[in-house]
Design a protein around this ligand. Structure first.
Ligand SMILES: [Zn+2]
Ligand SMILES: [Zn+2]
Length: 180
């Protein structure tokens, strides 16, 4: 069968099939389509738009669909938060839902002051993250020695944000000293 009777894309016969003649008019009126069509070709291929060649309707539909529905740009995957352990260093869970001391259901919760955080970090190697809370009762009655020992779910994994927060704890303390 002569090449002229075959679809320029899939080379199937277009004789008894609905097809679109690749004329100069087609080229003029379907510039985007033609550009996209060339982009889909497996091999570099010359297509002459003199009305002698054509494209079958299924190929036309496929290209038209691809032209109207460009593949969505996939969002780059978020890098996983890296956690690491630091020998001898533990921390409380970063949650404000309950008092950080074991089995405490008191609802009167407070955040822990920077001074206490720095003290526990310095002398007990215990870090209290920003969201961690303690109840009024335990804040008043707990000794520092007991403190880090009685925390629910002492954790030993840290991330970069924790390190920045630790530095902020000391920075704020220095700033306060400066203005004192
Ligand atoms: Zn075809
Ligand atoms: Zn408590």
């Amino acid at each position: 069968m002569a090449e002229v009777n075959r679809c320029v894309i899939c080379v199937r016969s277009v004789l008894r099939r609905r097809h679109h003649v690749l004329s100069l008019e087609f080229l003029e009126s379907h510039r985007d389509f033609v550009e996209y069509m060339f982009g889909t070709l497996q091999q570099q291929q010359e297509i002459i738009f003199d009305g002698s060649r054509s494209i079958c309707h299924p190929c036309w539909q496929r290209i038209d669909y691809g032209l109207r529905h460009p593949p969505e740009q996939e969002a780059p995957p978020m890098p996983p938060t890296e956690t690491f352990c630091v020998s001898g260093l533990t921390r409380a869970a970063n949650t404000s839902r309950r008092c950080m001391i074991d089995d405490c259901n008191n609802l009167e919760l407070r955040s822990v002051s920077g001074t206490i955080k720095a003290y526990l970090l310095s002398y007990y190697r215990f870090y209290i993250p920003p969201l961690a809370r303690i109840c009024q009762h335990h804040l008043r009655t707990m000794t520092w020695e007991d403190f880090s020992q009685n925390v629910t779910q002492r954790q030993d994994s840290f991330n970069g944000g924790n390190i920045h927060d630790m530095l902020d704890i000391y920075t704020q303390l220095l700033e306060r000293k400066k203005t004192a």
